[in-house]
Design a protein around this ligand. Structure first.
Ligand SMILES: NC(=O)c1ccc[n+]([C@@H]2O[C@H](COP(=O)([O-])OP(=O)(O)OC[C@H]3O[C@@H](n4cnc5c(N)ncnc54)[C@H](O)[C@@H]3O)[C@@H](O)[C@H]2O)c1
Length: 402
C-alpha cells in the first residue's frame, strides 16, 4: 500500500498536508472552518491545504467549495480517494458511509479523520479499527471526531482528574439535551432512519457523552442498564434536499426507526457510577451538554452552553469558605489558549474543530497516535450496542463487550 505522498513546498515553507473532505453540510462547514483556521492561529508543523471537497450534487458541491475555500470539487468520493494529491481524507457524511469511505481511504494510503459515531454497527467499527491498526504500521493515522474533548474547559477538567484533584471518582452525571424533534411535523430526515444513522439520540448525542465521560474518567464503561423510547413513530417524508437537522415536509409519512431518547446508568471498573440522558425532546434545551464529576476530594461541573467556564469545588478546603467556584478557562496557561485571544475574550463551538485540526496535524507530523483513535470510537460503539441490548431486555444490566 502506498504511503501518502508528502510533497516538499518551497524552501523554508512547511510541508503541505493536502486534505480531501467528503460531505459539505453541517459538519462539512464546521470542519472547513477548522482546516482554514488552525494554521493561522497555531504554529503547526505542517500546512493544511484545503485541496478538494466532495459531494454528490455538482452545482451544490462547487458552491460549497467557493463558500468554504476549497481548491477543487469532486462528485464521487472514490475519485477523491484515488487522487495522489490528497494526503488525508476527512469524512463528514452520515454514519452509513463512514466504514466504506474510511476503509477505502486507509487502503489507498491516506490518513483519515472520521466524524462520530465511528460507524453504524460494532462490526463496521471493528473492521475500521483493524484497518486503522494495520495502516498505523505503514505510517498512516486515523482519528474520530469527538470534538467535545477539545473544549479548553473539558481538556482542563481531564488534566485536573489526572492530577488527582478529585481523588477517587464516585459519580459522573451526564446529560445531552436538544429539542429539535418536539414538533411531530418535523420531517423524517436521515437522522431518524436506522439504515442511515445507526441509532437516534443514542448514536448522535449519546456517543458524544459516552466518549466525554470515558475521557474524563480515564477508563471505559464496564456495563450499562438502559431505557430507550421513540415518542413519535410516524413523521412526514422530507421534501427536496435535506440535511440531518432541517428539511421541508411532504404529504406522505414514514416510520421513525431509531430511538428518540436514551437514558442509562453505567458502572466503571473502578467502581464509579454514571448516569446518562440523551434526547431531542427536551423542550427549550438547544445543545445542552452538561457533565458533573464527584470525587472523594472534589467535584467538577461543565455546561457546553457556558463553555468558557468550569466549576470546581475543592473538597479539601475548610467548610467555612469552601464552595463551587467558577474558573474562567481563558488564561494562556489553559489548554489551547496560548494561541488565542487575551484572557476573558472567550471561545465558542467552532474552536473545537480548530483544535481538532491542530492536534491531528501535530500527530501526523510527529507520527504519534492521535486520540480519540478508531479504537476509542469502537469502544463507544460497544457501549451503544450494550445500551440497545439492555433496553431490549427491560433494562437488564449488560456488560460492555471487551
Ligand atoms: N462532532 C459534532 O459535534 C457533530 C455534529 C453534527 C453531526 N456530526 C456527525 O457528522 C456526520 C455528518 O452529519 P451532518 O450533521 O454534517 O449531516 P448533514 O446532513 O448536514 O450533511 C451530510 C453531508 O454528507 C453528504 N453525503 C451523504 N452521503 C454521501 C455520499 N455517499 N457521498 C458524498 N457525500 C455524501 C450530504 O450531501 C451532506 O453534504 C454524522 O456522522 C454526524 O453524526 C457531528
Amino acid at each position: 500500500m502506498g504511503q501518502p505522498q508528502q510533497p516538499d513546498g518551497p524552501p523554508g515553507e512547511r510541508t503541505p498536508l493536502r486534505v480531501g473532505m467528503v460531505g459539505y453540510a453541517f459538519m462539512g462547514a464546521a470542519h472547513s472552518q477548522g482546516w482554514r483556521t488552525a494554521g493561522r492561529v497555531f504554529d503547526l508543523p505542517r500546512r493544511p491545504v484545503l485541496a478538494a471537497i466532495c459531494g454528490r450534487d455538482e452545482a451544490a458541491v462547487r458552491a460549497a467549495a467557493d463558500r468554504h475555500g476549497w481548491d477543487s470539487a469532486e462528485t464521487d468520493w472514490r475519485r477523491l480517494i484515488a487522487r495522489d494529491d490528497i494526503d488525508l481524507v476527512d469524512i463528514c457524511t452520515p454514519g452509513d458511509s463512514h466504514a466504506e469511505i474510511a476503509l477505502a481511504a486507509l487502503a489507498a494510503g491516506k490518513h483519515v479523520l472520521c466524524e462520530k459515531p465511528l460507524a453504524n454497527t460494532v462490526a463496521e467499527a471493528e473492521a475500521m479499527t483493524a484497518a486503522a491498526e494495520a495502516a498505523y504500521a505503514r505510517g498512516q493515522l486515523a482519528m474520530v471526531g469527538f470534538n467535545y474533548r477539545r473544549v479548553p474547559a473539558t481538556a482542563l477538567a481531564r488534566t485536573m482528574v489526572e492530577e488527582g484533584r478529585l481523588g477517587t471518582l464516585r459519580h459522573l452525571r451526564v446529560t445531552y439535551l436538544q429539542d429539535w424533534l418536539v414538533d411531530p411535523g418535523f420531517p423524517l430526515t436521515w437522522r431518524l432512519r436506522r439504515e442511515h444513522a445507526g441509532s437516534g439520540s443514542l448514536g448522535d448525542l449519546g456517543a458524544h457523552i459516552v466518549d466525554l465521560a470515558q475521557f474524563l474518567a480515564g477508563e471505559p464503561l464496564a456495563g450499562v442498564s438502559a431505557l430507550t423510547e421513540t415518542f413519535v413513530r410516524e413523521r412526514p417524508l422530507p421534501l427536496g434536499t435535506t440535511s440531518g437537522l432541517s428539511a421541508g415536509a411532504s404529504a406522505g409519512t414514514g416510520a421513525v426507526t431509531v430511538d428518540d431518547a436514551a437514558l442509562f446508568t453505567g458502572r466503571f471498573a473502578s467502581g464509579a457510577l454514571a448516569s446518562f440522558e440523551a434526547t431531542r425532546y427536551a423542550t427549550g434545551r438547544k445543545n445542552s451538554l452538561r457533565i458533573e464529576l464527584n470525587g472523594e476530594r472534589g467535584s467538577l461541573a461543565f455546561d457546553l452552553e457556558r463553555l468558557n467556564e468550569l466549576s470546581y469545588h475543592d473538597g479539601t478546603e475548610p467548610g467555612t469558605h469552601a464552595g463551587f467556584r467558577r474558573i474562567l478557562v481563558t488564561e494562556p496557561d489553559h489548554p489551547y489558549l496560548d494561541a488565542w485571544w487575551p484572557p476573558g475574550h472567550g471561545l465558542g463551538y467552532e474552536h473545537t474543530f480548530v483544535h481538532q485540526v491542530r492536534d491531528l496535524v501535530h500527530a501526523v507530523a510527529e507520527g504519534t497516535r492521535p486520540r480519540p483513535s478508531f479504537a476509542d470510537g469502537l469502544q463507544v460503539q460497544r457501549v451503544l450496542a450494550a445500551v440497545e441490548e439492555s433496553a431490549e431486555k427491560n433494562s437488564v444490566y449488560t456488560p460492555v463487550a471487551g
